[in-house]
Design a protein around this ligand. Structure first.
Ligand SMILES: Cc1cc2nc3c(=O)[nH]c(=O)nc-3n(C[C@H](O)[C@H](O)[C@H](O)COP(=O)(O)O)c2cc1C
Length: 168
């Protein structure tokens, strides 16, 4: 898939087919996250990859918007500095890593869905990350149910409303 096609076809998927994503595909997706840019090349991320069904089901309890994690083929937990100020500084970088992960997934025909992570104690218990880290975001992955990823977008503000040439 061309990069622009991957950008256009990525959409949040919250219903996944009962079909695994191969370790090779997961490695390619994770590597895209690892290669993301960050301020002063800080790389304030670690990724915990979960594929075990019971672990995924437990992890889905961290936030009401994370239920789709339970049925994902794999979920990547993006682990960040736990100190609130550092976490705030890392947010932009983390967003770039998540976007790289999602675009790499789309490139491979794998669907992805963000999920926030509210219950840090539960996330720490399931994922085992150290006390000085926090789970910033979950990225659920799998093959989409219903329709394949495709460049259909009706839910975005129109180009001419968003883009201002030269001046506002
Ligand atoms: C920072 C951020 C947090 C999000 N958190 C959640 C979430 O907790 N649960 C969820 O189902 N979707 C979540 N989303 C997905 C957005 O709702 C989704 O990206 C948006 O509606 C646009 O739809 P699209 O991704 O299909 O283009 C999140 C997205 C972003 C960027």
């Amino acid at each position: 898939v061309e990069t622009l096609a991957a950008i256009a076809s990525r959409r949040n998927v919250r219903a996944f087919a009962d079909r695994p994503v191969s370790e090779e595909q997961l490695r390619r997706i994770l590597d895209a996250g690892r290669l993301a840019p960050s301020g002063r090349n800080w790389q304030p991320w670690d990724f915990v990859v979960v594929t075990d069904r019971a672990q995924l089901q437990e992890l889905a309890g961290v936030w009401v918007g994370a239920r789709h994690v339970a049925t994902s083929a794999a979920t990547i937990a993006v682990i960040a500095p736990g100190d609130p100020e550092e976490l705030q500084r890392a947010r932009f970088d983390l967003g770039q890593a998540v976007m790289s992960i999602m675009l790499a997934a789309a490139d491979l025909g794998v669907a992805s869905g963000h999920a926030g992570c509210r219950d840090q104690d539960l996330a720490r218990r399931v994922l085992g990350f150290p006390a000085d880290r926090a789970c910033a975001m979950l990225v659920a992955l799998g093959y989409p149910v219903g329709r394949p990823l495709a460049a259909v977008r009706h839910d975005r503000r129109p180009f001419n409303q968003v883009v201002h040439w030269g001046t506002w």
